[in-house]
Every structure is written in structure tokens, then in C-alpha cells.
Design a protein around this ligand. Structure first.
Ligand code: HEM
Length: 197
């Protein structure tokens, strides 16, 4: 839910527009990804396992971005040509909250609306606005889609650190995978012509 201590994090706030799809269509999307109430439960369980490891997870993901200049590029301060450290830091704290929100099921209308907002924040219709930065205007959709794999594959070891058996870890892992696909699907909205989305 809304947490004003995280700069730029506005889930649940009135500034977030109504989502362009209703809960019924959202439900169809969930069905298409085979996302069920069991997955909601597995995600809640995942949340308890991941919570104490959030900083470690973010270290790993940020290391991955930092290791690839073409990815770090999207955090460039265009006035200096160097990575904008403050921008990276502010996004990092929202990314940590995103892990919590991904596990905080069931997803309600405010969550759905914020997914469209996150899509805009990757797209030229909203990137840089939240942190008032001079950075590259748009994250190419192909990289956002490609990231589904690293954001999913790397979570497995973190899920396995709890005292859950292999079947439970597997269930949490699949629920996470489905949620990331669900979210990136929604995030693609501003990149696609309305009639085609
Ligand atoms: C913002 C997650 C793909 C770069 C964010 C935020 C999250 C996130 C949670 C903050 C949302 C908020 O403001 O509350 C993800 C996930 C991805 C993905 C789960 C794919 C599965 C990418 C890729 C890049 C990228 C490929 C390129 C390096 C950024 C940048 C921002 C951002 C620059 C800040 C945008 C702004 O508000 O100006 N991302 N991201 N993301 N992400 Fe991603």
C-alpha cells in the first residue's frame, strides 16, 4: 500500500489514473496466465521468505544492470553522460517495495492501476517524470520483456533459503513467474496501439 517514505512511490494515491481495463478483463488476463488463488497464496508465502532478503536481491539485480552498459544506459544523466546515482537509488527503493507488492495478494484495483503507471514510467509517456531527472526518454520494450527471465530465474535461490520443501519452493517460483509475466503484459500497454493491445 501507499508508503510516503519511498520517494515517488504512489500506489493507492489519487494521482494515479483509473486503469483502462476493469477487474473483469483483468481476471481474463489472469486466467490466460493460469494465475489462480493458489498462486496468490504461494506469493504471500514467498513474501515472508523474501522480505529479509530484499536488499540482497536488489544488489544482485543492480549488479546485473551495472554489468551491462546498454542496460545502465537507461539510467544515464543526459547532461553528463554518466549514470545518475540518485536516480538509481530512488528507483531501487521503489523496486524493493515492488517485491513486497508482488507478494501482497490478492491484487486490487489500486494495484492494477499502479501497474499501468509502472508501464508509463518505463515508456516515454512517463519515464523520468517521477524523479524529475534528465535521462534517456524511453526504455525499449524488448528489454522490458527480456527481463522477465533474469527477474524470475534469480529469485529461485532466494525462495529456497527458507525451510520449505522443493515442491513448495517450486509453487512459489511458478507463482512469481506468472506474476512477472502478468505485470509486464500490463506494462506493455503504452507501447502498443490501443486497438492492438
Ligand atoms: C522503474 C521493475 C525492466 C529500468 C522500475 C520500477 C520497478 C521496475 C518496480 C519502479 C516502479 C515505480 O516507480 O514504483 C522492473 C521489472 C522489469 C523491468 C520487474 C522487467 C521484468 C526494466 C529494464 C530496464 C529498467 C529492462 C532497463 C535497464 C528502469 C528505470 C526505471 C524503472 C530507468 C525508472 C523509471 C522512471 O520512473 O523514470 N522498474 N523493470 N527496467 N526501471 Fe524497471
Amino acid at each position: 500500500m501507499s508508503d510516503r517514505s519511498i520517494p515517488g512511490y504512489t500506489l493507492g494515491e489519487e494521482s494515479i489514473p483509473e486503469p483502462p481495463i476493469g477487474m473483469e478483463e483483468f481476471d481474463r488476463l489472469k486466467q490466460s496466465i493460469m494465475f489462480t488463488e493458489d498462486d496468490e497464496e504461494h506469493l504471500r508465502e514467498a513474501g515472508t521468505v523474501l522480505e529479509p532478503q530484499i536488499e540482497e536481491i536488489l544488489d544482485l539485480w543492480y549488479e546485473f544492470i551495472g554489468d551491462h552498459e546498454f542496460l545502465l544506459h537507461f539510467f544515464t544523466d543526459t547532461t553528463t553522460g554518466e549514470p545518475d546515482e540518485e536516480y538509481l537509488e530512488r528507483v531501487r527503493s521503489r523496486f524493493g517495495q515492488w517485491i513486497r507488492d508482488t507478494c501482497d495478494t490478492p491484487y486490487d484495483e489500486a494495484w492494477l492501476a499502479y501497474q499501468f503507471e509502472i508501464g508509463h514510467r518505463h515508456h516515454r509517456s512517463g519515464k523520468n517524470r517521477t524523479d524529475d531527472v534528465d535521462s534517456v526518454p524511453n526504455i525499449d520494450l524488448r528489454y522490458v520483456i527480456a527481463f522477465i527471465y533474469p527477474i524470475t530465474a534469480t529469485i529461485r535461490d532466494f525462495l529456497a533459503t527458507g525451510d520449505h520443501g522443493e515442491a513448495a519452493v517450486d509453487a512459489m517460483y511458478h507463482a512469481w513467474f506468472k506474476s512477472v509475466v502478468l505485470q509486464v503484459t500490463i506494462w506493455s500497454y503504452p507501447y502498443v496501439h490501443d486497438d492492438d493491445w
